[in-house]
Write a protein that binds this ligand. Structure first.
Ligand SMILES: [Zn+2]
Length: 427
């Protein structure tokens, strides 16, 4: 591992640790961390990051759509060849690291490369996206989509923040964004050769295998039905025999149990990336009773994985089973509208590079799939993309998110060395 760069990173770690703390203090909501998308705390976070980057001799400012952009001095208008990004917003009552760790790592990497050498001559740019988390406007990746020009004015007029009731256009205007430019890319992307993102792991995998880092192989897609229902017939619990019932709850729980069994079989067949969740299952509290056969159930169906074909197979089997259960129990399933996204493979060469750079430094970098991040937007656009996950003891999107600063330092070294390798390849 490049010693000059390692020394530069070790030298930066105390101030980077303070940066995490300063932003945590500014974003504390009494319970957890709330950095509201296109709002005051998100902007305060951006301001703190910009001030830190400028103090390290970097050019840092908001771009045309309000994202934090950090480059080396004199490179702001240069077309970027390597992008390092993540997001500065959080979910309401979330933790301090989901998103922020990646932006701070990006700024740390750029500062280390600036002072330790290895930045190459190509354009390097760190992006701190606004509005990645979906609770605020009901949809994710707003900052990266705006950067790409993938959200026009009409869509921005439609999207409303759940708590302020204001549209995305109103929020953007309050930040001084020129609305007439929406729908156009804010920076040129045609010369981008790599997009890299460091992010804390959302789940417990790395913790469970005692490894600090992973290179992501693919971002899971999903097939979802948020508002599925099963309709049967309410009846007296003691007065109606089993064969004459239309029990919506029995049919639904059998379907969910069947999906769990399907899931287990897919894992045994080697598809251990598959995830199935029924996060909502409820009888109607206005009508249900211990002494009534349940006549209606509302539930959700959510299958995710890295293979669209496997997810479709799972989905088809579940639909067949629902059909059979409807006959058997005299009920009717209505799944409502299907939503979801396709799975996306990340760049194999970058994943291999991350593991190779890790090996050189004595770090055993795990390979694993991941949930969605801004990175998925760049991968879908055909830009070679890599994600580094950092171990997190308590999962993300909660106030107890936990990242050891020693793990962060190792992740930052991997990010910085890998960026230097790609910059060198690009000449
Ligand atoms: Zn995130």
């Amino acid at each position: 591992m490049n010693e000059k760069l390692c020394d530069a990173i070790d030298g930066l770690m105390p101030s980077l640790t303070d940066l995490f703390k300063a932003i945590a203090v500014r974003s504390h909501d009494g319970v957890g961390i709330s950095r509201d998308a296109y709002g005051a705390v998100e902007t305060a976070t951006g301001d703190i990051l910009i001030e830190y980057a400028r103090a390290r001799g970097l050019d840092a400012r908001y771009d045309r759509v309000g994202n934090v952009n950090v480059t080396r001095k004199g490179q702001f208008d240069k077309p970027p060849e390597i992008l390092i990004g993540s997001h500065i917003d959080s979910v309401p009552r979330g933790g301090n690291y989901d998103g922020l760790a990646g932006v701070i790592a990006g700024i740390g990497a750029l500062a280390a490369l600036e002072h330790g050498g290895g930045a190459g001559t190509g354009g390097l740019r760190v992006l701190g996206f606004r509005g990645e988390e979906s609770p605020w406007f009901g949809t994710a990746y707003l900052g990266s989509k705006l950067l790409m020009g993938a959200i026009g004015r009409e869509e921005a007029e439609r999207l409303k923040r759940f708590d302020t009731g204001k549209t995305l256009v109103q929020h953007l205007e309050a930040l001084g964004v020129d609305i007439s430019q929406l729908g156009r890319a804010a920076i040129p992307l045609d010369r981008v050769k790599a997009y890299l993102e460091l992010h804390i792991e959302q789940g417990p995998h790395l913790e469970s295998i005692d490894k600090p880092l992973a290179a992501v192989t693919a971002v899971r897609g999903n097939i979802r039905y948020p508002f599925a229902t099963c309709e049967g017939r309410y009846a007296h619990s003691a007065g109606v025999p089993r064969h004459l019932r239309a029990d919506a709850l029995m049919a639904t729980v059998k379907l969910i149990a069947y999906c769990d069994e399907l899931w287990r079989r897919e894992i045994e067949a080697g598809h251990d990336d598959l995830v199935f969740t029924c996060g909502i299952l409820q009888t109607n509290s206005a009508e249900h009773s211990m002494t009534k056969v349940p006549g209606e159930v509302a539930f959700s169906f959510n299958v995710g994985g890295v293979s669209d074909a496997v997810m479709e197979r799972f989905h088809a089997a579940a639909m067949d089973k629902a059909h059979a259960l409807a006959q058997e129990h005299h009920v009717r399933f209505d799944f409502g509208s299907r939503v979801g996204t396709n799975a996306v493979d990340l760049d194999k060469d970058i994943a291999e590079l991350l593991r190779w750079v890790g090996r050189e430094a004595g770090i055993d970098v795990e390979r694993m799939p991941s949930v969605g991040h801004d990175a998925a937007m760049f991968a879908r656009r055909g830009i070679p993309t890599g994600i580094i996950l950092v171990r997190n003891a308590n999962g993300s999107h909660n106030p107890d998110e936990h990242m050891e600063m020693t793990d962060f330092a190792v992740g930052l070294k991997l990010l910085t060395m890998s960026t230097a390798r790609i910059a060198a390849q690009n000449g």
